[in-house]
Design a binder for this molecule. Structure first.
Ligand code: C2E
Ligand code: CA
Ligand code: CA
Ligand code: CA
Length: 279
């Protein structure tokens, strides 16, 4: 009976997901239409550790559900991936993030890079590069302002194909970064062949950074490896002043985390820039 319940739960969730995709694509955002709600993006600022300025944001998806409230990605990305819905969802995320980033440009904000998480199935889909090109074209966003975050495990599923695809994106002007670095498997020799510009230290190494010597060693090793490969290094999940101080002292370039801000709606990002520009 337990198994049936979980299968049924999954089917209900899947049905909801399908409907939410449709509602999102139909553009019924915020309206009580769509009994299954729709998707929206929140943005978390990325901070330069040297001067404290916001240089970019990471787009993070939420499923706004009329009954369940804001459903976090951990609850539905897996199922979206399994069912293939992730391709449509991911395409919408790229398009919406590009649209928003160009809206910030149009509003006169300093250039802010928008980063989008790409999942395995979405990355492997044959038309990914075409879809990204299209999103850039339709939004008018300079490719340099778009970054895609991919994981080591995604790349390693088919190393040669992945690197070729990453090159195509890079040639288009889009940047790539390795997300959750250190939690997946990629050899150091393959790392040097990735056409990437940034490594992101996973928050699992950051959470106990203040007093765990192992995590300190890992963070320092990633920073030095990244710099030797000419990459920028960003730490995610920075929640405390001690963590920030450690990262700064050890020459990490950038940070992201609740210490500075949680993921927020686009208009709050604008307000942050207004405050930053006011001094
Ligand atoms: P991620 O890419 O590793 O993103 C970092 C997660 O940590 C986000 O959770 C973010 O809200 C959270 N976070 C940020 N700062 C802090 C902090 O200081 N402390 C703690 N404890 N957490 C922090 P979120 O938004 O729930 O996303 C979870 C995961 O879902 C992401 O992990 C990413 O893998 C995936 N995801 C999110 N949006 C998308 C999307 O549009 N497409 C795809 N394919 N995956 C997405
Ligand atoms: Ca990410
Ligand atoms: Ca991730
Ligand atoms: Ca992570």
């Amino acid at each position: 009976r337990e198994m049936n319940a979980s299968v049924e739960e999954k089917l209900v969730l899947l049905d909801g997901l399908r409907n939410a995709v449709q509602a999102t694509l139909d553009g019924v955002a915020g309206s009580p239409h769509g009994a299954h709600g729709n998707f929206r993006l929140l943005y978390q600022p990325k901070i330069d550790l040297k001067d404290g300025a916001i240089f970019g944001v990471e787009a993070l998806i939420r499923w706004q559900h009329p009954e369940h409230g804001m459903v976090p990605p951990q609850r539905f990305i897996g199922l979206a991936e399994e069912s293939g819905l992730i391709v449509e969802i991911g395409d919408w995320v790229v398009r919406e993030a590009c649209r928003q980033a160009q809206a910030w440009v149009d509003a006169g904000l300093p250039p802010v890079t928008v980063s989008v998480n790409v999942s395995a199935r979405q990355f492997e889909e044959a038309r990914l590069v075409e879809r990204v090109a299209r999103a850039l074209d339709d939004s008018g966003l300079r490719p340099e302002l778009l970054e895609l975050e991919v994981t080591e495990s995604l790349i390693m599923r088919d190393l040669q194909k992945s690197v070729a695809k990453m090159r195509e994106l890079k040639d288009m002007g889009v940047s790539l970064s390795i997300d959750d670095f250190g939690t997946g498997y990629s050899s150091l020799s393959s790392l040097k062949t990735f056409p990437i510009s940034r490594l992101k230290i996973d928050k699992s190494f950051v959470s106990e950074l203040a007093d765990n010597p192992d995590d300190q060693a890992i963070a320092m090793a990633v920073i030095s490896l990244g710099h030797k490969l000419n990459l920028r290094v960003i730490a995610e999940g920075v929640e405390t002043e001690q963590q920030r101080a450690f990262l700064r002292e050890n020459e990490c370039d950038e940070m992201q985390g609740y210490l500075f801000s949680r993921p927020v709606p686009a208009d709050e990002i604008e307000a942050m820039f207004d405050r930053q520009m006011a001094g």
